[in-house]
Design a protein around this ligand. Structure first.
Ligand code: HEC
Ligand code: HEC
Length: 308
């Protein structure tokens, strides 16, 4: 009879052989060229290289344990997905507005603590960001000047009631007229791209706020976020100029089960044009809203201000 004590060396040996065999299944992370690396002050660059480059550049410095199965499988997936989303080695291929939007998203992901990814930080302690690192990143992103102000004096009558023939979004969601008459729930400012945002809620959303039933939001609740170019006068007063875009989150737990229980859609311009090449555009929305999962994916926290 073998005692459990005697079986241990055998188990360890089998595990070791198993691990050895795993090493033959090696995912290849494609080597890709550096075509136009991000330009940033040295202190900022150092942080990006240390904490983000392994997954968001073609210049990652993987450690030996990153290259060992089974960790290498996970790492290879992170690199593939991470590069597809954001690549600091091909930064030049983005238009300036897209670059500043990507940096704005980046600092948000860092502030919400979702980037760098937690599973990666377990083994890569040097990639952890200190409060000083985060402040360095934020201060740098803050230096970007907004777009030129726009105010052509055009009345955006077409965007709401009079939008007669607006095409559906690529995911099949139809434009919602009348959002401009809904209750205003919140307003925000985007320092980096110079837009003022007004967030409107439909009747069901407003009722839910009053009854404090927002975790989760009830089916039928809809939020519209309209963005206007910010104009500032000589006295520093800031007001909305030309209309930029409107986007919606439409709650229906069943219908939109695959996109976190919300239907997402966006239209741009005075003559509203649907945003997105195909239905996959919603991934953009859900990724950026993902850190707010515990708030049913809403950034806005209306309760404190609006409930009676
Ligand atoms: C271990 C790999 C890894 C590291 C390190 C990492 N990321 Fe990510 N990142 C990803 C992956 C994978 C995604 C795709 C979405 C997901 O799975 O969360 C992503 C998504 C993002 C997005 C979303 C892009 C979009 O369009 O919505 C941003 C922004 C981002 N990362 C910024 C950063 C920044 C800034 C750092 C460094 C401070 C960083 N990431 C470090 C793997 C990583
Ligand atoms: C870069 C990150 C980012 C992306 C991408 C994004 N959002 Fe948002 N969204 C925000 C932020 C931040 C807010 C909070 C209001 C503000 O500051 O503009 C917000 C707010 C909203 C709101 C108001 C309700 C709330 O959450 O506060 C709606 C509606 C909305 N987004 C729809 C969309 C749709 C539709 C898409 C995709 C087409 C999208 N968003 C993509 C960051 C993002």
């Amino acid at each position: 009879m073998t005692t459990p004590r005697k079986r241990w060396p055998m188990v360890a040996l089998i595990l070791l052989i198993g691990l050895g065999i795993l090493q033959f299944f090696h995912p290849e992370t494609e080597a890709a060229p550096v075509t136009g690396e991000i330009q940033a002050p040295p202190a900022v660059k150092e942080i990006l290289v240390r904490a983000c480059y392994d997954c968001h550049s073609n210049q990652g410095q993987l450690k030996w344990f990153d290259k060992m199965a089974p960790a290498s499988w996970l790492v290879a997936r992170h690199i593939r997905d991470g590069r597809a989303m954001l690549n600091f080695s091909t930064w030049d291929s983005l238009a300036p507005a897209a670059q500043s939007a990507a940096l704005y998203t980046s600092i948000n992901q860092v502030l919400f603590g979702v980037m760098p990814r937690a599973d990666y930080l377990l083994l890569h302690r040097d990639a952890r960001l200190s409060a000083t690192d985060i402040a360095t990143l934020r201060d740098w992103v803050n230096t970007f000047k907004a777009h030129p102000k726009k105010d052509t004096g055009q009345v955006p009558a077409t965007i709401a009631e009079h939008a007669a023939s607006v095409a559906d979004a690529p995911n099949g969601i139809a434009y919602l007229k009348g959002w401009d008459q809904w209750q205003v729930v919140s307003t925000t400012d985007r320092f980096d791209n110079g837009t003022l945002r007004v967030i409107y809620g439909n009747d069901i959303a407003v009722k839910a706020i009053q009854q404090k039933k927002i975790h989760p939001w009830p089916d039928g609740a809809v939020f519209a976020k309209a963005a206007w170019w910010a104009v500032r006068d000589s006295l520093g007063r800031v007001r909305p100029g030309d209309f930029f875009q409107v986007e919606f989150m439409i709650k229906d737990q069943q219908k939109y089960a695959r996109t976190e229980g919300w239907g997402w859609a966006r239209w741009r311009g005075l003559q509203p044009k649907p945003y997105g090449k195909n239905a996959l555009f919603t991934t953009e929305c859900t990724t950026c809203h993902a850190p707010l999962k515990n708030n049913d994916f809403l950034f806005t926290q209306p309760l404190a201000l609006n409930a009676h």
